[in-house]
Design a protein around this ligand. Structure first.
Ligand code: C2E
Ligand code: MG
Ligand code: MG
Ligand code: MG
Length: 279
């Protein structure tokens, strides 16, 4: 790789590789203390019904305000938390907080929580869901677990068992970022997902007149329909994108157009004020 960059760049490339590794190491050191230091926070992003534009749920999104590094994006720290398995206690905290928050809201508002493969491979994952539900008093039907296709990469049967246990409690499971990962349609037969979340890259593509993206969204919607699953269009930012994904038949819409991820306080205001979220 370094050779491609031409003569003399070999030496320049190595230090930057080292810098990346060093930054990662420092993030990891701080991440180990983040829970006890109370540096995590949840934001909540609204999801609306595509037809009525009424609020149906919020997705809980983790935020880390590190004393040493400032605000760190989940795209950066979640992979580190996964590699170090720190995501297990952190994810437990997320579940607990999200359930406690949702329990404060009207009962028609559901809560979606992202869960990493490492969490599902823990033998007591479903017990941790039971704990979060019972301490918060949240009805299981109001909790949706979001997983990505990556759960099928290794120990697929362990992950599947864990999700089946959670479904048996009454929770639902959504398939996040659909179409971006390792895609095999076989597992759609094996697990009854409630929702397929169509990744933002397809929504963006379709809005830019990519015939391929349009065809893919159409196909995903048709497949979801016939499997008894709903679809959520992710990352919808403009009125044109709203009309487009609505015409394509997506059931629900999430994205900056209807609301950015917001503080718990703002989310409480949204659920209290009205059912329409558009801010
Ligand atoms: P995700 O689960 O697919 O979450 C959606 C991401 O898209 C969020 O990024 C959200 O802020 C962003 N987004 C929503 N609407 C729009 C839009 O209209 N335009 C654009 N450009 N972006 C939009 P965020 O919060 O940075 O999270 C990134 C990823 O980090 C999440 O992707 C999820 O995979 C992971 N993550 C976040 N919180 C947690 C968590 O509590 N546990 C785990 N395991 N992963 C998490
Ligand atoms: Mg998600
Ligand atoms: Mg997503
Ligand atoms: Mg996505």
């Amino acid at each position: 790789r370094a050779k491609d960059l031409g003569g003399g760049s070999h030496c320049a490339y190595m230090p930057s590789l080292h810098a990346v590794a060093e930054e990662r190491r420092q993030l990891e050191v701080s991440l180990r203390h983040a829970l006890e230091r109370n540096e995590f926070l949840l934001n909540f992003q609204p999801v609306v019904d595509a037809r009525s534009e009424q609020l149906v749920s919020f997705e809980a999104l983790l935020r880390w305000h590190s004393e040493e590094h400032g605000l760190v994006s989940p795209a950066k720290f979640v992979p580190i938390a996964e590699d170090t398995r720190l995501i297990v206690p952190i994810g437990q905290w997320v579940l607990q907080q999200a359930c406690m928050q949702a329990a404060q809201w009207p009962s028609h508002v559901r809560m979606a929580v992202n869960v990493s493969p490492e969490q599902l491979l823990e033998p007591d994952f479903s017990a941790s869901v039971v704990r979060a539900l019972s301490t918060s008093g949240l009805a299981p039907q109001r909790l949706e677990i979001e997983v990505t296709e990556s759960i099928f990469l290794r120990d697929a049967s362990v992950a599947r068992n864990a999700l089946e246990q959670v479904m048996a409690l009454g929770c639902s499971v959504a398939l996040d970022d659909f179409g971006t990962g390792y895609s095999s349609l076989g597992y759609l037969r094996k697990l009854q997902f409630s929702t397929i979340k169509v990744d933002r890259s397809f929504v963006q593509g379709a809005a830019q007149d990519s015939a391929e993206s349009l065809a893919i969204i159409r196909a995903v919607v048709a497949m979801a329909d016939s499997l008894g699953m709903t679809t959520t269009a992710e990352g919808v930012e403009t009125a044109d994108e709203v009309s487009l994904v609505r015409e394509l038949g997506c059931t629900k819409i999430q994205g900056y157009y209807f609301g950015r991820p917001m503080s718990a306080e703002d989310a409480c205001r949204v659920v209290g004020r009205s059912q329409t979220v558009r801010a």
